[in-house]
Each structure stands twice: as structure tokens, then as C-alpha cells.
Design a protein around this ligand. Sequence first.
Ligand SMILES: Nc1ncnc2c1ncn2[C@@H]1O[C@H](COP(=O)(O)OP(=O)(O)OP(=O)(O)O)[C@@H](O)[C@H]1O
Ligand SMILES: [Mg+2]
Length: 364
Amino acid sequence: MSYLAHQDDVHSAALAPEIKMRIAGLTKKYGATTALHPVDLEVRSGELLTLLGPSGSGKTTLLQLICGLTAPNGGQLFIDGINKTLAPTHQRDIGVVFQNYALFPQMTVQENVAFPLQMRRTSRAESDKRIKHALEIVGLANYGHRFPGELSGGQQQRVALARCLVYQPSLILMDESLSALDRQLRENMQVEIKRIHRETGATIIFVTHDQEEALALSDRVCLMNAGRIEQIGTPLEIYERPQSAFVANFIGISNIVSGQVTASGQLASADGLMPLPDGFTPAQNNSSATMVIRPEYIELADHGGYLHGDVVETIYVGSETRLLIKLASGTLITARQSAGQKSRQLGERVFLRWQTSHARLLAG
Ligand SMILES: Nc1ncnc2c1ncn2[C@@H]1O[C@H](COP(=O)(O)OP(=O)(O)OP(=O)(O)O)[C@@H](O)[C@H]1O
Ligand SMILES: [Mg+2]
């Protein structure tokens, strides 16, 4: 390859990351219910993407369409650039880990992990090598002889993951696969999945309804709502720049105040005038709008501020105290009081302000 050709390759690779999976207008109906409205989505090679959304938003439906467990009513699906819309599951090079890990109880861990290789008629020597490696990756190298009933929930979960990793799929789908675990185990498994993702370079699509889990794990989060994609972005983009009130509400705690944009460049709410956030575009003048401010950006003062209200609840959560502040209109605002800050009492009147760079303005 000439030096110039090589330069071109590098250039085009930088412009367009390799796309592992592309979905165009994929849709699914169950009778009169539209579980998935036409959806477009690109997942990059080696990416860990989470599908996040409330119950019934279409996460499992989308996952089932990707792995071929159900057929779409329209649209197309490409894996590595090849149309796989109607291909059977085994022709998609996909590994799936479901919430109920469905291990065979009468088989040992070793036999469970060997199962997909037997189905693929892999040689004995190659199988042994791969099983050993898969069990090492999930930290169960010494558990091969045990039966699933002799393992903890988290260990069973890791066997299910090893059984998926053993045939080295380049695309792994995981549906709520940590939700049955307790908090400590779940956090350990999140660290494990991040490590496995790094070590194997596999593309992972991970379904969860837990927003903290999505933010902790993902390269990008795809937030779903009522069968549609509401927003796709890095955890930081989703958290800091929600594009709708739904996203702001679903990801962490958000304070939302509605009002009208005034000609003088403020948002007039029932509780006071607030300066518009940085980057505001005048086209939204005189329209209804919603201001979104995260609790950590609310500054409390004894006077002044844009809004004021009374402390109606203090909630101690270990690392901080959350204050619920009720405005005259009844709107509740959540603020944080970290260690070292002036402590506020129930019933106390407080005045609220924030840096305009920390607020977001949404239409409507
Ligand atoms: N087999 C089915 N028959 C009829 N309706 C279905 C079927 N499967 C899913 N649905 C409906 O499609 C919608 C999306 O369901 P889906 O299972 O994809 O949601 P989800 O986001 O995975 O929710 P959860 O977080 O509860 O698992 C829901 O309204 C659901 O009732
Ligand atoms: Mg589901």
C-alpha cells in the first residue's frame, strides 16, 4: 500500500467510524399496539450503547428485532453492512444474555459454557481453550465443576455471560441482565462488563431502565419513550443537554419551571423572572418555554435571587442533604446542601439563583 493510500484510509476512518449495526425505519406492531414506531439507529463498532427507557417504551422489542426473535412490520436492519432484516438468529453473529439467565441446572458451569460450542461443532481442543478463557474473563476459572444451583445470583449471571462470550460474537445484546442483582453485585458486574467490553472489543447493546446504570456503563445512551427514540448521546450530553422535558425528568432529578419568554430576554414564570440561559435564540421570543436546572446548580441565598420559596422537606442521603423548596405557585424545587454549606431548616425562606450557563431552555 502506498503512503498516500494509507493517509486516505486514516482520513476516512476518522471521518466515519465503522458502523456495526444500522437500523432504518424499523417498526413493530402487536395488533393495534405499535410497540416500536419507525426507528433509525446506528451503533458503532466496539461501542457500548444502552437502550434506556421506562417500562413499555419498546426496549425489549427493539432488542428482539435486532437478534431476530421477532420479525419487523417494516424497515431494515444491517449488520456489518449486510441486510439481515429477515435472517434467522444464528446467521447474525449475535450473543444474547437475557435477564433470566436460563442456565441448564443439570449441567456444570463448564458444560453450560461448552453448550454453544457443541452446537457449532467446535473441536475439543479449541473448545477447551475457549471455555477456559471465557471463564477467566468473568472471574470464574475455578468454578467449572460446580452446578448453577451451587452459585450465587451474580456468579450465575457471569456464567451466562461466559456462555455468550465463548463463541466470540462481535455483537452482544444484554436485556436487563443485572436488574435481578442487589446493588453491590450490580455495581461489581458493571465494572466487569466495562472491563470485558474493553478486553474483547465487542459491540454491546445493553438494555436497562436504571438511569444510573446507563450513565455509568455507556459510551452512548439511547433514551426511548413510548416506542420512539427520544434522544441519543453520550452520558454527559444526555445529562447536561436534555432535548426534552421527558429526558430531563428521566435522567436524574431536574427542576422544571414553565413560563413565557419576554421581549427583554427573560422567562416570566408565575414565581418570578428568570434570565434566559446562555446561547438562547431570539426565535423563541414570546413563546411558552420551560427552564431546566439540575439541583447541584441551584445556589441558595438569604435574599435576592430569581425565585424564592420555603424549605418543606430535608432528605439526608449520606453524601448530601436534599432540600425540597416550595415556590408560591406550588412548584417544587430540589436543591443540594453539601457538607460545609449553611444548613437550612424546615420552613425557612430561601432565595434561589444559578449561573445562566447551567440552565437549559426547552420549547413548550
Ligand atoms: N408479544 C406481545 N404482544 C402484545 N404486545 C406486546 C408484546 N410484547 C410487547 N408488547 C407491547 O409493546 C410495548 C413495548 O414493550 P417492550 O417489552 O418492548 O417494553 P420494554 O421497554 O422492554 O419494557 P420493560 O422495561 O417493562 O421490559 C408495550 O406496550 C407492550 O405491552
Ligand atoms: Mg423489557
